[in-house]
Design a binder for this molecule. Structure first.
Ligand SMILES: Nc1ncnc2c1ncn2[C@@H]1O[C@H](COP(=O)(O)OP(=O)(O)O)[C@@H](O)[C@H]1O
Ligand SMILES: CC(=O)N[C@@H](CCC(=O)OP(=O)(O)O)C(=O)O
Length: 258
């Protein structure tokens, strides 16, 4: 791994983490990429949170793609994301020889958090201190972040994992790829959009074509594209080799430019 190369921040959605064959195939590709780029993983786990909350007898709903998170549900939400899902991700990444280190967004003050209005214990992460992350990368570790943070009173906060990945990418000025269960952002006819500007995106949102979880991904990508002045890719995880193609400058998924 070369230390002067721009780090690669990969966000993996929760659905991937329920399919060990697909996850292992992708982590194998990550091991190849790690020879060239410092690598950081950020994972979701929305489906797992749904399952855990149901087991504990809680109802749950989302507003504009983000989970309304009453404080009394936070032990379950954090247990799923920073406990089971993060530990699982670290275990599979270790099998792929990635030398993973499991972390929350608050580890080493990596991020600070603002409360998101009307959603309960939901926060938005802002990049804060890259010392820990840079130290881990310099030693060849792969940081693996869950999207849990905390507020100013020490209360646990649930952060959407796409927004978490955006903050981590901005923290180390990396390149961001948001991997999800569809090949990229699709138009009204279900066709892949290969490139999207903020103006085009606003129109598709207004028409209701981009919504829910994809709207949050789009917001995370546009914000990062603006801050870092580089394009961000939303792509599918079903074809792991696509990630290699992408890193070799071939067109894959949807490229979002500010
Ligand atoms: N225009 C769109 N193109 C593709 N997917 C979309 C679009 N609008 C909404 N979606 C939905 O967004 C989902 C991906 O977001 P999400 O479920 O949050 O995934 P992840 O768990 O990977 O973050 C897709 O499975 C799809 O149902
Ligand atoms: C506030 C908020 O919505 N948090 C998300 C965190 C997990 C996540 O984003 O998971 P995916 O990437 O798999 O969707 C949630 O509770 O579902």
């Amino acid at each position: 791994m070369k230390s002067d190369v721009m780090p690669l921040v990969l966000k993996m959605g929760g659905r991937l983490l329920q399919d060990d064959n697909a996850l292992d195939a992708l982590l194998k590709v990550c091991a190849i990429l790690k020879q060239q780029y410092p690598l950081v993983l950020v994972h979701g786990g929305g489906d797992q949170v749904d399952q855990w909350l149901a087991k504990f007898g809680f109802n749950t709903e989302k507003l504009d793609g983000q989970r309304i998170s009453p404080p009394e549900q936070m032990p379950v939400i954090a247990g799923a994301l920073s406990g089971a899902v993060n530990a699982h991700m670290v275990a599979r990444a270790a099998l792929a020889d990635l030398a993973p280190v499991g972390l929350t967004l608050a580890a080493g003050n990596s991020c600070r958090f603002d409360l998101t209005p009307n959603l309960g214990a939901v926060g938005v992460a802002k990049p804060q201190d890259a010392t820990l992350l840079k130290a881990l990368l310099a030693q060849g570790f792969t940081p693996v972040f869950s999207s849990i943070g905390h507020g100013q009173q020490g209360q646990l906060l649930n952060v959407n994992a796409d927004l978490a990945a955006a903050a981590i990418c901005q923290l180390i000025q990396g390149q961001l790829v948001l991997l999800t269960d569809v090949p990229g952002i699709l138009d009204a006819n279900g066709q892949l959009i290969t490139e999207l500007t903020s103006a085009q995106a606003a129109e598709l949102v207004q028409q209701g074509v981009i919504k829910g979880g994809m709207k949050v991904k789009l917001d995370a990508a546009l914000d990062t594209a603006t801050v870092l002045q580089r394009s961000i890719t939303v792509a599918g995880w079903q074809q792991p080799d696509d990630l290699l193609k992408l890193m070799h400058q071939q067109a894959v998924g949807t490229r979002i430019i500010s």
